[in-house]
Write a protein that binds this ligand. Structure first.
Ligand code: MLT
Length: 410
């Protein structure tokens, strides 16, 4: 019989969002009236239509594919130059990232998981708690952890607690770690890291020859001018960090799929005998072997995000979602709940009312308000006592959610 990867058996329950969908389906099947009223503010999935500039660029690209003269087959695995150059020019000009340090993919979820292919065994891995569950689960699958304890914490991972006291930015660890996952603006707490905090992390990473895996999928939602949008704004980061970015949340590509990783050529890891090897070369090799590139029409659509019209349309989308976040924040604040995030991120992170835990809150919101939220405990033990409301929705739905919050939690 074929031998399986036993590590998969260490995973606790299902992946968070399918697990939530399963519970919601069970409830709505048993309560069809509630199903009709249900509003989903759980998974951070965009709701507003794709920008017109993006759709037009994709239509044009599809037409090119219908014509022998302009038809394109396999593209470059690392992404087309027109998109890599547009990203370098529009997103990283000031920090000096070049187009060939950018690798196009079909999503940041895949990138943050797949990146483990190029790291060897024995790395000490630090993750924040609460955290985007992909970082943890992919490390479990890769065999980088032992079993989970009764709190769901995996042996071998270094958990960096993010709490209201540290404003959801973890303290620098006292021990030496090799890989550090940081995500700012943060999913799930909506927190941001200051320049000083990121400088401290870069200093730590350089001193310890660690690599920061910086997830900046929500950078477009930053509203305050002093909040860093990229780890590469910090001096020295090119020698100790890579960054993940996505078109999912800014351009509304969750159903279209396009993202990218920035791996500076100066970033290095070591072999067992201490020889230094550029990470860029390994990821390039991995990408060409296991990936045939995001589709041509999708990459054309992504490039349109950087056109004059595209920038305006994306700005309107961000304004819409951040307007929602403001309403959700205010609705929770009015009830005297502890509220975080929602200022530079599309997630509002709310303290549960006393005596309700986060899955209890999930049930209560589902059953009494017919609103799906995400329980904080789903993001890690330190998420207990909180719930996350996603601002990705229509204005009408968000206004209704605010009414229901006032009615049911007031
Ligand atoms: C979330 O809700 O945390 C995100 O939508 C998950 C994701 O982007 O994969």
């Amino acid at each position: 019989m074929a031998r399986i990867n036993d590590n998969f058996l260490k995973l606790k329950a299902g992946y968070l969002f399918p697990e939530i969908a399963r519970r919601v389906n069970a409830y709505t099947t048993a309560n069809p009236d509630a199903a009709k009223k249900l509003i989903r503010c759980g998974i951070g999935d965009v709701t507003e239509p794709l920008p017109e500039s993006v759709r037009q660029a994709m239509h044009d690209a599809v037409d090119e594919q219908g014509n022998r003269e302009t038809f394109r087959g396999y593209g470059p695995e690392q992404g087309y130059d027109f998109l890599r150059e547009a990203i370098a020019e529009n997103q990283f000009k000031e920090v000096g990232i070049s187009a060939d340090e950018i690798f196009i993919s079909d999503g940041s979820k895949c990138d943050t998981g797949n990146i483990l292919d190029i790291f060897g065994p024995g790395n000490k891995i630090a993750i924040t708690d609460p955290v985007y569950p992909v970082y943890v689960d992919t490390n479990v699958m890769a065999g980088n952890t032992g079993d989970a304890d009764s709190n769901g914490a995996y042996e071998g991972l270094v958990y960096l607690p993010c709490t209201a006291e540290n404003q959801f930015v973890p303290a620098i660890p006292e021990e030496k770690v090799d890989l550090i996952y940081l995500c700012y603006p943060n999913n799930p707490t909506g927190a941001t890291a200051t320049r000083d905090q990121l400088e401290a992390w870069v200093k730590y990473a350089r001193e310890n020859k660690a690599i920061i895996l910086y997830d900046a999928a929500y950078e477009a939602f930053v509203q305050e001018s002093d909040v860093p949008k990229s780890i590469f704004e910090i001096e020295g980061a090119k020698e100790c960090a890579m960054e993940f970015r996505s078109f999912s949340k800014n351009g509304g590509f969750t159903g279209v799929r396009c993202a990218y990783v920035i791996i500076p050529k100066a970033l290095k890891g070591t072999t067992e005998d201490g020889t230094e090897v550029p990470i860029h070369q390994l990821w390039s090799r991995r990408h060409s072997t296991k990936f045939n590139g995001a589709s041509y029409p999708v990459q054309r659509g992504a490039a349109a995000v950087f056109s004059e019209q595209g920038k305006k349309e994306v700005a309107d989308l961000i304004e819409h979602y951040m307007g929602n976040a403001k309403l959700l924040r205010e609705a929770c604040e009015k009830l005297g709940l502890q509220v975080f995030g929602g200022i530079n991120a599309p997630y509002v992170w709310v303290g549960c009312p006393e005596s309700v835990d986060s899955w209890g809150m999930f049930d209560r919101m589902l059953e009494e308000a017919n609103v799906v939220i995400t329980p904080g405990a789903g993001f890690g033990a330190a998420g207990e006592g909180y719930f996350r409301i996603s601002a990705f929705n229509s204005r009408e739905n968000v206004e209704e959610v605010c009414r229901r919050i006032a009615e049911n939690l007031g």
